[in-house]
Structures are given as C-alpha cells and as structure tokens.
Design a binder for this molecule. Sequence first.
Ligand SMILES: [Zn+2]
Length: 46
Amino acid sequence: MSLYRCAKCKERIRGDINIVGIQCTNCGSKIFYKERPNVKKSLELD
Ligand SMILES: [Zn+2]
C-alpha cells in the first residue's frame, strides 16, 4: 500500500495506484502525486 495525494483537491488516497479505475474519492480526479513515506514513521494499530 502506498499513499498518494490528489493533484486537484489534495485529498489523500491510500491504495494501489496501478489498479485501473482508481479515482479520487473526493473530486473524481485520476491524477495523483506520490506521497513520500519517509517524513514520519508511524504504526497504525487498529
Ligand atoms: Zn481529488
């Protein structure tokens, strides 16, 4: 899993960008920037 950011509305998108048909859940854009994961390391526990 990777983090991406919508080029239009800056919404964060989590998932595999290589999957055909992925869209921003907020604005429907299909253009994303890849987020850099090295800024802060955190664990998600849920
Ligand atoms: Zn968007």
